[in-house]
Write a protein that binds this ligand. Structure first.
Ligand code: IMP
Ligand code: MG
Length: 181
């Protein structure tokens, strides 16, 4: 799989060191408040497992399954919620966890939905933030790494559902991306 990468951006050790820092900040910020983590599937599964085990606080975990595009490299447009019901966040301090902030459509839509359900607070944590103009404005509270506007895979991030199990994050070779995507 690594041969499909143009180059590695963050190796496993670098990601884990950054997770130590993020987890320490989150643990400090929520030391007096009970945290409810809402992880966005499927992209955040690896991040969720590695980050949450570094947070020594009582917390609740729920997952949300959404789709914003269908297997290509472009996101945006309308968000489809696969759940029948949303997690119960009324009266809770919510931290939304996602792999990457790209167009902003996913996180803006999720934040809007959850805020309508009466949480005490809503914050956003993403492993990656692409530096680009967004379709919807999102200001994440915790960011692992900022990256250029390139298509990346690994550590939960996929192209056509592949590469999620790569332990590092890298830029996918352009010749492997379908021209129509
Ligand atoms: P947004 O709604 O455009 O911000 O996109 C968010 C979702 O698109 C992420 O949760 C990813 O699943 C997917 N995505 C955006 N950029 C990339 C990328 O570079 N690689 C893999 N998936 C991506
Ligand atoms: Mg994806």
């Amino acid at each position: 799989m690594q041969a499909d990468l143009d180059r590695i951006l963050f190796d496993e050790a670098t990601i884990h060191r950054r997770l130590d820092e993020l987890a320490a900040r989150i643990s400090h910020d929520y030391r007096d408040r009970e945290l409810t983590v809402i992880a966005i599937l499927n992209g955040s599964v690896i991040l969720m497992a590695d980050l949450l085990r570094r947070i020594p606080l009582p917390l609740k975990l729920d997952c949300l399954s959404v789709a914003s595009y269908h297997g290509g490299t472009k996101s945006g447009g309308e968000l489809i919620f696969r759940q029948v019901s949303l997690p119960d966040v009324a009266g809770r301090h919510v931290l939304i966890l996602d792999d990457i902030l790209d167009s902003g459509v996913t996180l803006a839509s999720i934040r809007e939905k959850l805020e309508a359900a009466g949480p005490l607070s809503v914050r956003i944590c993403v492993l990656l933030e692409k530096k680009k103009t967004r379709l919807r404005a999102v200001d994440p509270d915790y960011v692992g790494f900022q990256i250029a506007d390139e298509f990346v895979v690994g550590y939960g991030l996929d192209y056509m559902e592949r590469y999620r199990n790569l332990p590092c994050i890298g830029v996918l070779r352009r010749d492997l991306i379908a021209p129509a995507a």
